[in-house]
Design a protein around this ligand. Structure first.
Ligand SMILES: [Zn+2]
Length: 417
């Protein structure tokens, strides 16, 4: 696979506009730019979800302990409803959301079924259509054996049936082998499944929650039929999540900054490495954005804390959803204004084992022949020296941009307008 085919190229990134002439082409990173139209406004519409669940074109991304079901490490397997019917009852969405909340009984367990949206890249002749929207409905199903005994045995049966077809649950720390479209679909399925699994109890009152909105929200129901069985009133104790407008728990996204830092003269790039990286492998600096901090503040703080370098201008370049478990990597390019601010000091925060300024020429060569993910090595052309993350990582795209003349000399380009 060539470097460019590993990241998405949606039409808008190539389209000419005043903004694209001023700021350059937009970078769409791996795990973003899904072919799925999420149709978030239809997630509470159970008649819509019910017909989507039963349509013959509907495809299911199947996860077992978050590992995706695949034909090969490079290809996601989309299951059909028939293959999952033991676990997912056909009437899953036949009751309205309101009725489901009213009938809540914490003794019952439900399989995790999440509506991801309509895959608009699959508009076959008999595609599913609802009003003006059409495509293949896409759901994520968690087949990790859990819940009631019946559910556990259904999940185990599905796992062994899938494996007997030669399919397997792809065990890897970070997926980098799927096509950009499938990577984005998997990212959405993984992030939402993981969030549902981690939020089965209300963060305010501690009682169990119920998944609603097709798996994209969780609610703390006001009643629980299980209480009656123990002689308590059906109403649960008051929970402040029910008295306000936001009586729901929403999936979280944790913003993280990641930055390629350029020296004052524009000829060197600051990279760092942690102890867990393979030898010679360096990357851009990164860290979580803290409460009450702007993206630019977080970039300047992280780079100073980890490397002792003081930054001036910070420009946001692109972003990358990172479903491990719920990050949004906000990629920036930043520059030091004064050579005196380039001095590296690793003594503030011991997070990095090393940080170094690399000449642009060395970085260019590493981008050409020395990239690999953390678990594999670079290609046969690699002759030693600097190793960098692969194109599927936003770090790679940021480093590319930071050493690109196009990025730093837009004035020359715009003068031709
Ligand atoms: Zn609650």
């Amino acid at each position: 696979m060539s470097a460019s085919s590993q990241i998405p190229v949606p039409a808008h990134t190539l389209a000419e506009s005043m903004l694209s002439r001023r700021f350059g082409r937009e970078t769409a990173n791996y795990f973003s730019s899904s072919p799925i139209n999420r149709l978030s406004f239809l997630r509470g519409d159970h008649p819509f979800l019910s017909s989507a669940l039963k349509h013959p074109s509907t495809q299911f991304v199947v996860l077992n302990n978050l590992a995706p079901l695949t034909r090969s490490p490079a290809e996601l397997y989309y299951a059909k409803y028939e293959e999952l019917r033991k676990l997912i009852p056909q009437d899953f969405f036949d009751q309205s959301e309101e009725e489901l909340i009213k009938a809540y009984d914490s003794r019952k367990t439900y399989p995790s079924l999440i509506f991801l949206g309509l895959d608009e890249s699959r508009k076959e002749e008999n595609a599913f259509a609802h009003k003006i929207y059409s495509g293949a409905p896409c759901f994520a199903v968690d087949v990790t054996p859990k819940g009631s005994e019946e559910q556990q045995s259904a999940a185990k049966d599905i796992i062994s049936e899938m494996e007997s077809k030669g399919l397997s649950f792809f065990q890897t720390r970070i997926v980098t082998t799927f096509t950009p479209d499938e990577a984005a679909i998997y990212a959405q399925a993984r992030a939402l499944t993981d969030w549902n699994n981690r939020n089965t109890f209300c963060g305010t009152c501690g009682n169990p929650t119920l998944s609603v909105n097709a798996g994209t929200k969780r609610t703390c129901p006001p009643t629980d039929a299980a209480r009656v069985a123990t002689g308590q009133p059906i109403e649960r104790p008051a929970c402040t999540t029910r008295t306000t407008l936001s009586n729901l728990c929403f999936p979280r996204t944790d913003p993280t900054i990641i930055v390629a830092v350029v020296s004052a003269d524009g000829k060197r790039v600051l990279l760092g490495r942690s102890k867990r990286f393979p030898p010679n492998w360096y990357s851009t600096l990164a860290g979580f954005i803290e409460p009450a901090e702007s993206i630019e503040d977080a970039v300047r703080r992280e780079v100073w804390e980890e490397a002792g370098v003081t930054l001036s201008r910070v420009v946001i370049h692109s972003s990358q959803p990172w479903p491990y478990p719920a990050n949004l990597m906000i990629g920036a390019i930043a520059q030091v204004a004064d050579p005196a601010h380039e001095k590296i000091n690793l003594e503030h925060d011991p997070e990095l084992e090393d940080a170094k300024w690399f000449e642009v020429e060395e970085v260019e060569e590493a981008l050409r022949i020395g990239t690999s993910d953390l678990s594999s090595g670079p290609g046969p052309e690699y002759k030693g020296g600097l190793k960098l993350p692969p194109p599927t990582a936003i770090a790679n795209q940021l480093i590319r941009a930071a050493i690109s003349k196009d990025y730093f000399h837009y004035e020359e380009k715009t003068s031709k307008m």
